[in-house]
Write a protein that binds this ligand. Structure first.
Ligand code: UGA
Length: 436
């Protein structure tokens, strides 16, 4: 099939390269010429394991092209909209300006029967509104909503082998045509037995925000338990192991620590609350305020624990922060708890050095006032406290003995409960975990 992908960020670039891998002819379109230049020569503009190889293979096959011109979408049968929906400045609601611009820009290039597929995470009701608008500008195109559930760091696998497909389609023959087109796009994955659920627009939009809200709630639940464990002298990691063995609960996403961040969970739960308010259903989601509050408290708690580790004052203390990305295997620093904690410590008088295998450039752009050091040994040198804030394998597997010879004081705060506590203690470290 001929496919266009509009928006080539974390979602669109992976989607475009993956669709070409599945055998389709794909054009990826973005307004950012730098991004398009890089993608066109096989450079991924962000760190995502497996993406450079996939990109190169798809470009070599001749089935993948990139462009800055929306006119190049003409001739494709299916058009995926993959632009961002960030949080609006000073508000909880999602900023839909990129979605609106993408749909408006695409409309003049559509032909009768084209299927336009929204993948961006949007407030419920957006697809119906856009479908109404299309009735005026491109009445013969069909709109579908096909939310994406990929995780950064696993984006290639999640796109090629997702655990389910969700199609939000209009009623009647148009809906059947849209579902058929998506079945054709995803034929390879569907043949592996991936389930597909066909539903109305609103339910499809809600599936995405409900899933992210549930994940955020699960993390904040275990972080609330961590607060209790700290107060009661218990261990949240053992608690999570024990409750997680009940398969109704499950152990995944029960890792207590410094909390969730990134470009999705924090802004999605806030946009969900804002939308519920507009719909007069705000009470249904008041619990998400608490989920957000518990999550933000983890950051201030980490600063306080560091102060205690440093003997009661942060002023002039050298602190090494291991990790800047919001999670391992990513260079994404959007709403990264690690960076926000590093910046807080610096503001409170500490001398903070941050190291990360991939995210230093992005982190420096956000927080130029912090010190960054690529070499881990150099970053550790002279530290009064070491904080593990992003659980990259190279940090988790650090040798505590060797690390102990570089620092000034052997104080370690394990913000992700990922280090082997006894190994660090046996090497003379004063170990502090989260909720243990
Ligand atoms: C999240 C969802 O997991 C995806 O399904 C969804 O498609 C995506 O948002 C999106 O909306 O685009 P992602 O933001 O890539 O994916 O990251 P997650 O793996 O969900 O991690 C989010 C944050 O939670 C990270 O900061 C991570 O460190 C933290 N986390 C995760 C915990 O603190 N504890 C856990 O047990 C798990």
């Amino acid at each position: 099939m001929r496919i266009s992908v509009i928006g080539c960020g974390y979602l669109g670039a992976v989607h475009a390269a993956s669709m070409a891998k599945l055998g389709h002819e794909v054009v990826g379109i973005d307004v950012d010429p730098k991004k398009i230049d890089e993608l066109s020569v096989g450079h991924a503009p962000f760190f995502e394991p497996g993406l450079p190889d996939l990109l190169q293979a798809s470009l070599d096959s001749g089935r993948l092209k990139f462009s800055t011109s929306m006119a190049d979408a003409a001739g494709s049968a299916v058009h995926f909209i993959c632009v961002g929906t960030p949080q609006r400045k000073g508000e909880y609601a999602a900023d839909l300006r990129y979605v609106d611009a993408a749909f408006a820009g695409l409309a003049p290039h559509l032909s009768a029967g084209d299927v336009v597929v929204g993948k961006s995470t949007v407030p419920v009701g957006t697809a119906s509104r856009l479908a109404d608008e299309y009735m005026e500008t491109a009445p013969e195109a069909i709109l579908a909503w096909n939310p994406e559930f990929l995780r950064e760091g696993h984006a290639v696998k999640d796109t090629l082998h997702p655990d389910r497909f969700v199609y939000g389609v209009p009623e009647g023959a148009a809906g059947e045509r849209a579902a058929k087109a998506l079945d054709e796009v995803y034929a390879a994955s569907l043949s592996e037995g991936t389930p597909r659920l066909v539903m109305d627009y609103s339910t499809a939009e809600l599936v995405k925000t409900a899933a992210n809200s549930f994940l955020a709630t699960k993390i904040s639940f275990i972080n609330a338990m961590a607060e209790l464990c700290e107060a009661a002298g218990a261990d949240v990691t053992l608690l999570a192991d024990a409750i997680g063995m009940d398969d109704r609960i499950g152990r995944k996403f029960l890792n207590a620590g410094i909390g969730f961040g990134g470009g999705c969970l924090p802004k999605d739960i806030r946009a969900f609350m804002a939308r519920a308010g507009e719909l007069g259903a705000d009470q249904a989601l008041t619990f998400l305020r608490e989920v957000d509050a518990i999550n933000m408290r983890r950051r201030s708690r980490t600063v306080e624990l560091t102060r205690v580790l440093c003997g009661g004052s942060l002023i002039g203390k050298r602190i090494t922060v291991l990790g800047a990305a919001f999670k391992p295997n990513s260079d994404d620093v959007r709403d990264s708890p690690a960076l926000s904690i590093a910046a807080q410590l610096q503001l409170q008088g500490a001398d903070v050095t941050v190291t990360d295998p991939e995210a230093i450039d992005n982190a420096r752009r956000r927080f130029p006032e912090l010190h960054f050091e690529r070499n881990v040994e150099a970053a550790l040198s002279g530290a009064h406290a070491v904080l593990l804030l992003t659980e990259w394998p190279e940090f988790v597997n650090l040798d505590p003995k060797a690390a102990g010879t570089t620092v000034a004081d052997r104080n370690v705060l394990d913000g992700r409960n990922a280090l082997e506590k006894t190994r660090w203690q046996e090497s003379g470290w004063n170990y502090k975990g989260m909720g243990r």
